[in-house]
Design a protein around this ligand. Structure first.
Ligand SMILES: [Fe+2]
Length: 360
C-alpha cells in the first residue's frame, strides 16, 4: 500500500539567540532565509524563522524557534542531527569551509557508504552534510558557497533512541517507512522510494540519558512529514489511533500549512503536514521571501506588542535574490484534495494575548 507520508516536510529546532541563528544558517550552511514569522502556540512572542534551498522546496525547510529564555538538555529521545545532502566529492570543501568559520566538526566520516561531516551550531545543535550523487535540487548560493558545493536540501535526520524496537515499529507501521539497513549503531529507514528527504537514521544510544521535550535552546523540537492533503492528515490521525496512539493532536492551522502532532515511542515529537494553496507565497512575493516579519492574520492587531519583545535581526543582503534569479513559485498540491467543505475539517488556532508585561 502506498504510504500517506511522502517524505520530510520540515525540521524544527530551538537555537538560542536569533541573530546568531540567522548568521549560522545563511553564512555557514548557506541557506536562503525564506520566512520570518512567530511561534503560533503560547503567549510569549518567539520568532519562527524558516530557511530553505533556492526553490523553497518541501524537504529542504529548516525552521527555528530562537529560545534564549531557557536552555534545553540534549539527549536520547530527540532528533540529534539535521542532515543535508551535498554533491559527491564536496566533503573536503565543507571541511575547509567549517574550519574557516571556526565551527566545531567531526572531520570526514562515512555512514552507509557515504562521506559526511557532522558539525555544531553555536547553540549546540548538530548538523550534517552527506555526499549524495543523485540529488539535483538547486541549492542556494552565497559569496562563499557556489552552486556545485551548496546543500541541495535534506537527506533527512538522525534520531537518537535508547531502544530501537518501538520507534522502528512506529516508523514502519504508523508512517509507512521501510527498514533498509544497519550500519553499526545506525538503523536506516526510507519512505516513498527513499533517497533525499525520504531517509531517517535511528541512532541506537542505549546508555544516553533522555533529553528534554519542551522548548529549550540547543535542542531539536520536532520533525514534520509531508502527507500533502487535509484528507491524508485525517487518515494519518486515524492510523495513529488504530495503533493506540490516541494522543495525536487536533489538526492545527499553521497558516502556511496544516499540522497534526504525535509523540513517538522513542520520545521524538512527529508532525504531519498538509499543503495549503499558495504555501509560503501567500503573504510575500518570491523575491521578498524572508526579508521582513510576517504575522498570521489573527495576530496582526497585536503586532506592536509582539515586535517589541523580539530581538531585532538583520538578514544578510546576499539573501535577497537578484532580479530574474528567483524561480516562479511552485504550485503546491492541496485545494482540490481537501475535504468537500472547510466545515468538514475543524482547524485549531490559538489566539493568544501578547501582553508586554510578560517580558522577562
Ligand atoms: Fe512544525
Amino acid at each position: 500500500m502506498e504510504s500517506l507520508v511522502k517524505g520530510v516536510h520540515h525540521i524544527t529546532l530551538c537555537p538560542g539567540g536569533a541573530q546568531e541563528d540567522v548568521d549560522f544558517f545563511t553564512k555557514v550552511l548557506g541557506q536562503r532565509m525564506v520566512k520570518q514569522t512567530v511561534l503560533m502556540d503560547g503567549s510569549i512572542p518567539i520568532y519562527h524563522l524558516y530557511y530553505a534551498n533556492a526553490d523553497v522546496e518541501i524537504g529542504s525547510v529548516a525552521t527555528t524557534f530562537p529560545y534564549s529564555r531557557k536552555q534545553g538538555r540534549s539527549g536520547s529521545g530527540q532528533l540529534s542531527a539535521t542532515s543535508y545532502t551535498v554533491s559527491k566529492g564536496t566533503a573536503s570543501f565543507w571541511k575547509e569551509h567549517l574550519d574557516r568559520h571556526k565551527v566545531e566538526h567531526s572531520g570526514i566520516q562515512e555512514r552507509f557508504g557515504s562521506k559526511f561531516i557532522r558539525f555544531r551550531h553555536p547553540a549546540g545543535l548538530l548538523f550534517e552534510v552527506v555526499e549524495d550523487a543523485k540529488d539535483h535540487r538547486k541549492g542556494w548560493t552565497t559569496k562563499e558557497i557556489s552552486g556545485d558545493v551548496a546543500t541541495h536540501g535534506f537527506l533527512g535526520a538522525v534520531l537518537s533512541v535508547r531502544d530501537v524496537r518501538d520507534q522502528e515499529s512506529f516508523f514502519t507501521d504508523a508512517l509507512g517507512f521501510k527498514k533498509v539497513g544497519v550500519d553499526g549503531p545506525y538503523h536506516r529507514f526510507e519512505v516513498a522510494g527513499g533517497g533525499p528527504s525520504k531517509t531517517i537514521d535511528l541512532h541506537h544510544e542505549p546508555d544516553r540519558l533522555p533529553g528534554s521535550w519542551g522548548f529549550g535552546a540547543g535542542t531539536a523540537h520536532h520533525i514534520a512529514f509531508n502527507v500533502e492533503t487535509d484528507d491524508a492528515l485525517v487518515k494519518q490521525k486515524a492510523v495513529y489511533e488504530e495503533l493506540g496512539f490516541t494522543d495525536a493532536s487536533e489538526i492545527k492551522d499553521r497558516f502556511y500549512f496544516h499540522s497534526m502532532y504525535v509523540r513517538s515511542p522513542g520520545g521524538i515529537l512527529v508532525e504531519c503536514t498538509a499543503n495549503v494553496p499558495g504555501g509560503f507565497y501567500q503573504d510575500e512575493a518570491p523575491e521578498d521571501l524572508g526579508t521582513k516579519l510576517h504575522l498570521p492574520p489573527w495576530y496582526e492587531e497585536q503586532r506592536q506588542a509582539i515586535v517589541s519583545q523580539l530581538e531585532p535581526i538583520s538578514v544578510p543582503e546576499e539573501n535577497r535574490p537578484k532580479p530574474g534569479t528567483t524561480s516562479a513559485p511552485r504550485p503546491v498540491a492541496a485545494a482540490h484534495h481537501a475535504p468537500e467543505s472547510e466545515a468538514a475539517l475543524p482547524l485549531s488556532r490559538y489566539k493568544a494575548t501578547f501582553d508586554t508585561g510578560k517580558q522577562t
